[in-house]
Ligand binder design. Structure first.
Ligand SMILES: NC(=O)c1ccc[n+]([C@@H]2O[C@H](COP(=O)([O-])OP(=O)(O)OC[C@H]3O[C@@H](n4cnc5c(N)ncnc54)[C@H](O)[C@@H]3O)[C@@H](O)[C@H]2O)c1
Length: 356
């Protein structure tokens, strides 16, 4: 469900698998629905998501529609015994996400959430570096995704608080949070302190794709933040800083990245022109010092990852695999991410640190 950029990533990934048949598509753009339907051989083409769920023969649904619809669709699908692959963020906030996790547990079906950026080859390489122990104990990290003019569809559902749940923090910040905690080995976030700004969007500045052509939430006022900084305390005393913008005055090229500072070394991943397929991953260490007594810094070769294709393959693998593993795919990791994002928004609103 959903025919935008995200929905089309799902479709391409399913199409690459000979063992999966796309039975039905839902979306409001009639021409696009017809052309994607033809391209993928989908027999049932419907506008509204409600009309898709009762199509005969469905085993699973992909949800790639505006965020406010994630929970109602996922809960309805799970209650019908369908497996669900849902786009990030899991929902607008954690209470909504919790209803989805509950529905997955009750139905005994899979609820996976798309975190495609942790599938990047460079992020995987950074994770392996940390896991190898070469950096020692990681104690301070920073993850960012910064855009100069990157408000998605200025004036669309993205900028409508009711439809989206927030701005860059919940949209691309949740990617940063996910890949950073994944790289660090899933430490628990124990407290959040955040500040959000909304300086350019309300003035009609910083839009990435001109005006909105979206049929959902059209002509919305700019109601969400355009820049967010968060300071997250991690269990065991570590720190993760997040910085995320849809719009701010900075160099033109979008950038995402992460630094990890450990007791025996550090690493820095910088992806210029984000989300370019590969970034530069550098390692800073004194072990061993070179013959000249210089630091043994080096660049790590990285490969592109498979993004949505990897996520879809993993989802299909779980659905087709041993049903006893389904309970481990109930969306609870994405719910944890939502709780952290909620704590950041609460901190920004209340002007204080929020304990999780
Ligand atoms: N993982 C990623 O990298 C990534 C990237 C972009 C977007 N997303 C997520 O994917 C979701 C969709 O984003 P997008 O950029 O593709 O949005 P979009 O606005 O381009 O597309 C939304 C689609 O949902 C459809 N839709 C809206 N209301 C509907 C309804 N009632 N019934 C059926 N279909 C309906 C629209 O017709 C449209 O086809 C969002 O949750 C977003 O956060 C994820």
């Amino acid at each position: 469900m959903g025919l935008g950029w995200a929905g089309q990533q799902h479709l391409e990934a399913y199409a690459a698998r000979p063992d999966v048949q796309v039975v039905a598509l839902a979306g409001l753009e009639a021409d696009l629905l017809a052309s994607l339907g033809t391209a993928h051989g989908a027999r049932h083409l419907v506008a509204r998501w409600q009309d898709l769920l009762d199509v005969e023969g469905l085993q699973a649904v992909s949800i790639a529609v505006p965020t406010a619809l994630h929970a109602p669709i996922a809960v309805a699908a799970l209650q019908r015994g369908l497996h669900v692959l849902c786009e990030k963020p899991i929902a607008r906030d954690a209470p909504e996400a919790a209803t989805m996790v509950e529905a997955a547990r009750t139905a005994g079906r899979v609820l996976d959430v798309v975190f495609n950026h942790r599938q990047r080859g460079d992020v995987q390489a950074l994770r392996q570096l940390v896991a190898s122990g070469e950096l020692g104990r990681p104690y301070a990290a920073r993850a960012w995704w910064l855009r100069r003019r990157g408000i998605p569809m200025l004036g669309s559902w993205f900028t409508n608080a009711e439809a989206s749940g927030g701005g860059p923090l919940v949209d691309i910040g949740v990617h940063c949070l996910d890949w950073a905690l994944h790289v660090l080995g899933e430490p628990r976030v124990v407290a959040a302190s955040a500040v959000t700004f909304s300086e350019l969007g309300p003035r009609g500045l910083g839009g990435s794709r001109g005006g909105s052509k979206s049929l959902t939430g059209a002509a919305s006022a700019y109601e969400v933040e355009d820049l967010a900084h968060a300071f997250l305390r991690l269990e065991g005393g570590g720190l993760l800083q997040l910085e995320t913008s849809w719009a701010m005055f900075r160099e033109t090229e979008d950038q995402l990245g992460m630094t990890v500072t450990g007791t025996d070394g550090g690493a820095e991943l910088v992806v210029r022109g984000a989300p370019a397929p590969v970034g530069d991953l550098r390692v800073f260490t004194d072990s061993p010092l070179t013959a000249d007594g210089e630091a043994a810094d080096r660049t790590v070769p990285v490969r592109p990852g498979r993004g949505h294709a990897a996520v879809v393959d993993a989802f299909v693998g779980v659905v087709r695999g041993d049903p006893s593993a389904w309970k481990d795919h109930d969306g609870s990791l994405a719910l944890d991410r939502a709780r952290v994002i909620d704590a950041c928004y609460a901190s920004a609103r209340q002007n204080r640190e929020v304990v999780l």
